[in-house]
Design a protein around this ligand. Sequence first.
Ligand SMILES: Nc1ncnc2c1ncn2[C@@H]1O[C@H](COP(=O)(O)OP(=O)(O)OP(=O)(O)O)[C@@H](O)[C@H]1O
Ligand SMILES: [Mg+2]
Length: 330
Amino acid sequence: MEENILSAAGVRQEYRVGGRKKLLKALDGIDLELRKGETLALVGESGSGKSTLAKILVGSLAPTAGEVQIDGAPVVGRRSKLNAQRIQMVFQDPYSSLNPRITIGGMLAEVLRFHRIVPPNEIRAESIRLLNLVGMEEDVLDAYPSQFSGGQRQRLAIARALAPRPEVLVADEPVSALDVSVQATILDLFASLQRELGLSILFIAHNLAVVQHLSQRVAVMYLGRIVAVSTTRELFENPKHPYTRALVDSIPRMSAGSVNDLFEVQGDPPSPIDLPQGCRFAPRCPLATDECRSVDPALLEVAPGRFSACIHTDRLAPYAFAPKAEEAAL
Ligand SMILES: Nc1ncnc2c1ncn2[C@@H]1O[C@H](COP(=O)(O)OP(=O)(O)OP(=O)(O)O)[C@@H](O)[C@H]1O
Ligand SMILES: [Mg+2]
């Protein structure tokens, strides 16, 4: 039995919008488990609620309902010092996430001091160790963030996140703002941190191609719900939810080798203020039937360790030409 380090149960987040007249359901009942030492990808299109969930998981936003636990202990709504030590976040934009007026050495020392990670006389050595972990050298200690490129800044942001020696990293689209050529090097860094430090990582992305080499499992989000969970390999060979299938098909190299009919998702997602009755994916789903338009499907275990919120999983065949996950381009 694999051990969970972080879990969310029944998490909801609602906002009053439009002069408080309407209810926006950003998260509509989320159950999610991150296992010790794994990288779990959380994938979904813009507005599906990924960042909202990330903030709730790290304790910087209190949910409307539901519970989050780290290692069996509740994560309190307000970000406590203990939480901040155990679970750290890396953000999308490395330009705004580093304070431009503080040197890299100053930034790392501040975190090390705050969490009392090492005695004061070891702060410099510990800072160098952190820089080495992210592939940087001692000579950057006296530099300011403006002297670095986007990829280097993201490495520095990761070093800062590692400073409190957290067990869990939540990375919210950490490569989306970077050049494609730099993205792969940062993904490699996450993979080596998972391996070498035994970190548990929740890696958020809106694109499946980004996470296929990095994550062991994938959770797919759609309009405030998790609609599918599986191992990354199974997801690419035999997706069990039509939305997942459409996401795989949208990776160019995957569809090029496929003899299956391509799933194309039509139009934009419905508004989270005005969710459709029944399955929230039905208005865009090529498999939708009348039942889908009236009954909201639960996330059920459809095969060992595989979950899907779709009543038509039997109509989704494995890829006839199973695309090799390793072959699809970024
Ligand atoms: N403070 C807020 N007040 C009102 N609505 C909000 C608030 N924060 C988020 N939302 C809404 O909640 C939904 C989920 O937003 P969220 O930022 O979590 O999505 P996301 O999946 O991270 O999207 P992206 O890929 O664009 O980052 C969206 O409809 C968004 O407009
Ligand atoms: Mg986001």
